[in-house]
Design a protein around this ligand. Structure first.
Ligand code: NDP
Length: 457
C-alpha cells in the first residue's frame, strides 16, 4: 500500500520533534502536526520559562548575601513585566527554532490538530494524511484537583503570562511544580503558603532531601502547611479565598493548583485506530515504545512513565534510529537523574535510602554543612550530600544533594552511577577544592545502615 508519509508524528514537543527530525535525517518522509505551540510544554510553559524565573528569583538572595561581602547596594524592587517579556521573548525564539529544525530536516509541518480516522489515516486540520507508521507524542497538561471553586485557581501555564505579580500566593500540591513555584515566587517577593495533603511533600524522593528542603524553605519564610487541604475555593472581589481543612481561611491574590498533570489524548480518537489507553488517559507502550497496535508508537508524557524532557527526547531519538536508522535500541529508565529547581535546589540519581533498604542491606553516608558562601553571608542555608551504597557489592546505588548547584553537580555524578561506580571509585577520585561537590569523594565514615533512624539532626 502507498502511504503519503513513512512516519507521521502527532505533537511537536520534545519527544515528537526529536523523533521526526532524526527520522527525516535517516531518509524517511515525515509529517508532524502541532496544534498549540512548537516545542511543547518544556519550551513554552515548562522547563525553560520556569528556569528563567528561578534564575531571576535567585538575585534577591544574592543581593542580601552581598552585603556581608562588602557590597553596598540599594535595590529599588523588581519589575515583573520586564521579566515576563524577557521570558516570553526567549520561549518565542526557541519555539521558532524547533520549527526550523523540522523544516530544515525536510519534515512537512502542520499547524493543526490530528485525529485518527483509521489505524493508518489521520485527519490533520481537515486534510486526510495516510502514514505507514504513526507516533503519538502529545504530552500532558495540568489537571485541576476537582474541588468546589477550583476554577478560581490558576494552573502552572498561567504563571508565565500573569498581568500583575501576585503579592500573596497559595500553592496547592507537593510535587516538582508546587515546590519550584513556591521557591521562585518567594524569591521574587511574594508571601507564599504551600498546602500539601500528606505528611511530607515530594513523595518518591529521598527522605533526607524532603526533610532538608522543608526546613530550608521554612527558614526562608515560606509557610509550608502539610496535612492541609482546601475544601472550597471562592472569589471575593479581587481575592481568592481558600477554606482550609483545619477550619481556617486564607485570602490570596493568586492560587496555583499544582496537583498533577494528565496525558493529552482528548480529541485523538484513539478508538478509531484501536489504540488502548489506561485510566487517566496514559497510553501503555512496550520497551520499543509500541502501543498495542504494532505500527503506532507513543513517546514522552503521554505514556506517563518518567515525565521528563530528556527522557522524552531520548525515547524519540531511539525510536527514529530503530525504525529508520538500522540501529535498534531502547532507553533504560533506571538511574534517570532529575532535579527540582527549588530554593535551594535538590538533585538526585538512583535509589533513595528507602528503596535501597527494601532491596537489601545498604550503607548510608550523609554530610550536612554550611557552604563557604553562607559562612560569610550568614544566611541559614545548609547543603546536604548523601550516598546510598550496596553493602555487599559496594556499588553506589543512589546519590542525593540539597544545596546550591545540586543539578549541575548531579549530572556528572549520574555518569559515574550509570557506569556502575563503587564507593571505592568515589573514594579514589581527587576532589576539587574548595567546592561543595568534593564532599561526594570525601565521605569516609558510614553514617548508618539504610533504613535505621538518623542519629544526627
Ligand atoms: P506531581 O505528580 O509531581 O505532583 C502532584 C502533587 O499534587 C503531589 O504532591 C500530589 O500529592 C498532589 N495532588 C494530586 N492530586 C491532588 C488533590 N486532588 N488534592 C491535593 N493534592 C493533590 O505533579 P507536578 O504537576 O508537580 O509535575 C508533573 C510532572 O512534571 C512531574 O512528575 C515531573 O515528572 C515533571 N516535572 C519535572 C520538573 C523538573 O524536572 N524539574 C519540573 C516540573 C515538572 P501526593 O504526593 O500525595 O499524590
Amino acid at each position: 500500500m502507498d502511504f503519503d508519509v513513512d512516519l507521521f508524528v502527532i505533537g511537536g514537543g520534545s519527544a515528537g520533534v526529536r523523533c521526526a527530525r532524526i527520522a527525516a535525517g535517516h531518509g524517511a518522509r515525515v509529517g508532524v502536526a502541532e496544534s498549540r505551540f512548537w516545542g511543547g510544554t518544556c519550551v513554552n510553559v515548562g522547563c525553560v520559562p520556569k528556569k528563567i524565573l528561578v534564575q531571576a528569583s535567585e538575585y534577591s538572595g544574592h543581593f542580601a548575601d552581598s552585603r556581608a561581602f562588602g557590597w553596598q547596594l540599594s535595590v529599588a524592587g523588581h519589575d515583573w513585566p520586564t521579566l515576563r517579556e524577557a521570558t516570553l521573548a526567549e520561549t518565542r525564539r526557541l519555539s521558532g527554532i524547533y520549527v526550523s529544525l523540522l523544516t530544515n530536516a525536510g519534515c512537512t509541518v502542520f499547524d493543526a490538530p490530528a485525529r485518527f480516522l483509521d489505524p493508518h489515516t489521520l485527519d490533520v486540520g481537515g486534510r486526510r494524511v495516510s502514514a505507514e507508521r504513526i507516533v503519538i507524542a502529545t504530552g500532558g497538561q495540568p489537571e485541576r484537583p476537582g474541588i468546589p471553586g477550583d476554577e478560581h485557581g490558576l494552573i502552572s501555564d498561567d504563571l508565565f503570562t500573569l498581568e500583575n505579580f501576585p503579592r500573596r500566593v497559595a500553592i496547592m500540591g507537593g510535587g516538582y511544580i508546587a515546590v519550584e513555584f513556591a521557591g521562585l515566587l518567594a524569591g521574587l517577593g511574594a508571601q507564599v503558603t504551600l498546602l500539601y495533603r500528606g505528611e511530607k511533600f515530594l513523595r518518591g524522593f529521598d527522605s533526607d532531601l524532603r526533610d532538608g528542603l522543608a526546613e530550608a524553605m521554612r527558614s526562608s519564610g515560606i509557610d509550608l502547611r502539610f496535612a492541609t487541604t482546601a475544601g472550597e475555593i471562592e472569589r471575593i472581589g479581587p481575592d481568592t479565598r481558600l477554606h482550609l481543612s483545619d477550619g481556617s481561611r486564607l485570602d490570596v491574590d493568586a492560587l496555583f493548583l499544582c496537583t498533577g498533570r494528565r496525558p493529552n489524548v482528548a480529541g485523538l480518537d484513539l478508538a478509531a485506530a484501536g489504540v488502548a489507553s489506561a485510566r487517566g488517559g496514559a497510553i501503555p507502550v512496550d520497551a520499543g515504545m509500541a502501543t498495542n497496535v504494532p505500527h503506532i508508537f507513543a513517546l514522552g508524557d503521554v505514556t506517563d512513565q518518567v515525565n521528563l524532557t530528556p527522557v522524552a527526547t531520548a525515547q524519540g531519538h531511539a525510536l527514529a534510529d530503530t525504525l529508520f536508522g538500522n540501529r535498534p535500541r531502547s532507553i533504560s529508565l533506571a538511574n534517570v537523574p532529575s532535579a527540582v529547581f527549588s530554593s535551594p535546589p535538590i538533585a538526585t540519581v538512583g535509589l533513595t535510602e528507602e528503596d535501597a533498604a527494601a532491596r537489601g542491606p545498604a550503607d548510608i553516608f550523609v554530610t550536612r554543612f554550611t557552604p563557604m558562601r553562607h559562612t560569610i553571608s550568614k544566611r541559614a542555608r545548609r547543603t546536604m550530600i548523601k550516598l546510598v551504597v550496596d553493602s555487599a557489592t559496594q556499588k553506589v546505588l543512589g546519590a542525593h544533594m540539597l544545596g546550591e548547584d545540586a543539578p549541575e553537580i548531579m549530572q556528572g555524578i549520574a555518569v559515574a552511577i550509570v557506569a556502575g561506580a563503587t564507593k571505592a571509585d568515589f573514594d579514589r577520585t581527587i576532589g576539587i577544592h574548595p567546592t561543595a561537590a568534593e564532599e561526594f569523594v570525601t565521605l569516609r565514615t558510614r553514617t548508618r545502615e539504610a533504613g535505621q533512624p538518623p542519629r544526627d539532626p
